[in-house]
Design a protein around this ligand. Structure first.
Ligand code: SF4
Ligand code: SF4
Length: 452
């Protein structure tokens, strides 16, 4: 269903003001998070920056925005805004005369998400410190802002968002599950429209800032839902559709190794975080915190080996077993990449379950920090003295089990569907069964780590 049929919703998306206002508010929050990280209390549980980013924003992102809106967050993310405003010389929409900077094309060899996989792993390796030390959080946020700003002034379109942002990488992967999409309505209209202003831009808006060619878009992965194509298409040929959850997973085109690896990285990282941050092993936690020491180096090496080699290696073995059992004469790499997409629902479920374990438990800290963002003894809203009280503690394990079981069932069904693309009946069952066993083992491990 195309929700642009409702004039109110269409105006909300096409008009630049609502998006601009939300982005400015988000930018103010982002800058305040940096300032409170740098100058506020060093106690993480009382610092506004830590609580805004790692509790509030994270909860909204993982529990609501990504599962239901896909890249909805990217449409109002403030990180690329300052660079784009300077590059275009305007706050709202393009100017008639373009500015002279930001014209370089991003090199072809980096037009994939390997760099993004790398930036995510880099942040993940230091995450125990980033999540708890306000100054480090502030430095990381400021680095994102400067990198986005710098790349905006050199390269065309949103290079930072598309190829570098560690958050954008996994949002893109999981946006395939969201029940909403931007798509062209009639490709025949596009074929006849030689100017292709949705990609090239016009006085009404920018050519797709995410370097996506809207008439050819079949998945959500790289569409930042910025709504520029709605503004630049003179034929009103774009729709914002409500669709079934996970519709992109059945698109058997454009499956790539870098995206397959993103699925392993995300599933592996959720498992490692659940083990280190929530498990009972104090020495492991200490090693993850002791950056630069030998225990940390061992932790970091184990983290990378597990995520980049052991996990994909075990999955490869499962594919090999499935291929042997089914007798399918398909190259291993193709089967491996295609089946890796079945891990996407389980990966998101793992992150949702992991997030549930700390978001509600720590949310009361947020209310206190809103009154005293720097920890300087203010009481702006009268909530500074609120004592810590965890929310929904009795309900959380049930929610986690529900989410993980749901994720497993979704992943198993997806694996079977992907197997069905190559063969039918019992052969498809044989091909996907080892993958399903692998995912079941993962689901049970996560349940043990999060709930036991
Ligand atoms: S501007 Fe509109 S009609 Fe033209 S190619 Fe893009 S979506 Fe199609
Ligand atoms: S396809 Fe349209 S909505 Fe998606 S990123 Fe490009 S211009 Fe924005």
């Amino acid at each position: 269903m195309n929700i642009l049929r409702f004039p109110l919703i269409k105006n909300l998306f096409v008009n630049r003001w609502p998006q601009f206002v939300v982005m400015v508010i988000a930018l103010a929050g982002f800058l305040l998070a940096i300032l409170s990280g740098l100058f506020g209390t060093p106690v993480g549980s009382h610092n506004f920056g830590i609580l805004l980013v790692w509790i509030t924003w994270w909860a909204i992102l993982m529990l609501v925005a990504v599962p239901f809106l896909g890249r909805g967050w990217c449409s109002i993310c403030p990180i690329p805004a300052p660079g784009e405003w300077l590059r275009s010389g305007a706050l709202l929409g393009p100017r008639e005369q373009a500015m002279k900077w930001g014209k370089k094309r991003w090199p072809n060899r980096f037009r994939n998400i390997w760099l993004q996989n790398g930036t995510f792993l880099l942040v993940a390796l230091f995450s125990t410190v980033i999540l708890t030390q306000p100054k480090v959080t502030a430095i990381v946020l400021a680095a994102f802002l400067f990198l986005a700003f710098g790349t905006s002034l050199i390269f065309e379109r949103r290079v930072f968002c598309r190829y570098m942002c560690p958050v954008g990488g996994f949002i893109g992967l999981y946006s395939q599950l969201a029940p909403v999409e931007v798509r062209v309505i009639d490709t025949a209209v596009c074929t006849a429209h030689t100017e292709k202003t949705c990609y090239t831009g016009s006085i009404d808006g920018y050519g797709c800032p995410w370097d996506v060619f809207p008439p050819g878009m079949v998945k959500n992965t790289y569409c930042g839902t910025c709504m520029e194509c709605l503004r630049t298409c003179p034929h009103d040929n774009l729709a914002v559709n409500i669709r079934p959850f996970g519709a992109d997973l059945s698109v058997n085109r454009n499956r790539r190794l870098d995206e397959a690896y993103k699925a392993f990285i995300m599933l592996g990282a959720a498992t490692v975080y659940s083990t280190v941050l929530l498990g009972p092993w104090g020495s492991l936690k200490l090693a993850a915190y002791s950056i630069g020491t030998l225990p940390w180096l061992i932790y970091a090496a184990s983290f990378l080996i597990l995520i980049l080699l052991a996990l994909p290696g075990l999955f490869w073995l499962m594919i090999w077993v499935g291929k042997k059992m089914s007798g399918l004469a398909q190259p291993m790499k193709q089967l491996f990449v295609a089946q890796a997409y079945s891990l996407v629902p389980l990966g998101l479920a793992a992150w949702v379950a992991f997030s549930l374990s700390f978001v509600f438990a720590n949310f009361s800290y947020v209310l206190a920090a809103l009154s005293d963002p720097f920890g300087w003894g203010w009481n702006l809203l009268g909530t500074a003295g609120l004592a810590w009280s965890p929310w929904l503690t009795n309900l959380t394990p049930f929610l986690q089990v529900g989410v993980l079981v749901g994720g497993f069932i979704w992943t198993a069904t997806t694996s079977r569907k992907i197997a069905n693309e190559k063969m039918a009946g019992i052969q498809a069952v044989k091909l996907s069964t080892p993958v399903i066993v692998f995912c079941l083992a993962f689901t049970l491990t996560l349940m043990g780590l999060l709930i036991a």
